[in-house]
Design a protein. Structure first.
Length: 295
């Protein structure tokens, strides 16, 4: 399942977990990292395990968990506590390279065996640009682990790691290093054959800005985006669902090539089309079909 929207929810807030029961998000990410105070970690682990056990049917919406960084002792404590609930996936923060994904893979396999879960069932989403080191290791994810669902990038932690006071240019757009992180995340995801997932849009009140960024993400090749507020989910879903006009045009492109199987180049509406345009049209139709099946 390709996920359009993944919504962060603090793992220690029963109220916020209940609030997203009817969310249209394709996946929830119950958080054990940034949104949970150290003193609340044991409570959050128990609450997340209970939530997972109480929601075994994930046919409509998956439930993932963001654990603590693997470099900390808390990560294994998180995994040991929540795996009995059978999460659909683990969000791996502050990864330096694919070596972290492989290490997490081994931990998950041992815990799946212990809990009687299908081996390999728990996927991994790597937050792949939160440290300076990882900008030089994104290629390492190619061929790393079959558990890898995708990669996402982050500008907030990266700016802290770089000692920057802001990640934006004076005009408002991302500064060059963060644009580089986004581009490398996209390219590494495609090279590894996994899903590139757009980063969070911090200003949750600016839904117009979110819509523009989400459309930009999809146009560039990202297949989903992470939300930090319930109000962002519908905007993200809409951006990653092809419009009726897009679907109609894609169907015409596919039909045209089907009618002319020996042609390398064809004309449509005054434009010359070749095989990359066919591939793009097929991708739009596949995306639309996934959205229709979910909605």
């Amino acid at each position: 399942m390709v996920l359009r929207s993944m919504l962060f929810v603090p793992g220690d807030s029963e109220r916020k977990m209940a609030k997203v029961e009817d969310s249209p998000a394709d996946a929830l990410i119950l958080d054990l990292e940034d949104s949970v105070a150290l003193s609340r970690a044991p409570v959050a682990r128990e609450m997340i395990r209970e939530y997972l056990l109480a929601h075994p049917d994930r046919s409509r919406r998956q439930v993932w968990v963001r654990i603590s960084p693997l470099a900390t002792a808390k990560a294994l404590e998180d995994l040991t506590a929540i795996l009995p609930g059978g999460p659909d996936g683990i969000v791996m923060p502050k990864a330096d390279s694919a070596a972290d994904a492989i290490r997490l893979d081994h931990c998950l396999e041992a815990l799946e065996v212990r809990e009687g879960l299908a081996r390999g069932a728990t996927r991994i989403l790597g937050v792949a640009t939160e440290t300076a080191h990882t900008l030089f290791t994104l290629h390492s994810y190619v061929g790393s682990t079959s558990r890898l669902y995708g990669l996402t990038w982050g500008a907030e932690d990266l700016s802290a790691a770089l000692g920057a006071f802001t990640n934006r240019k004076p005009g408002g757009g991302y500064d060059d290093v963060y644009r580089l992180a986004r581009a490398l995340c996209l390219a590494a995801s495609k090279a590894a054959g996994v899903e590139p997932v757009g980063s969070v849009y911090p200003d949750f009140r600016d839904l117009d800005g979110l819509a523009a960024e989400a459309r930009y993400d999809r146009q560039g090749g990202f297949t989903g985006k992470i939300a930090i507020h319930p109000d962002q989910v519908a905007v993200i879903n809409d951006a990653f669902t092809p419009s009726a006009d897009e679907v109609s045009y894609a169907e015409r492109v596919v039909a045209l090539f089907a009618e002319n199987p020996e042609a390398g180049t064809l004309g449509l509406d005054g434009k010359m089309l070749d095989k990359p345009h066919l591939t793009q049209a097929e991708q739009i139709l596949a995306m639309a079909a996934r959205a229709a099946a979910r909605d």
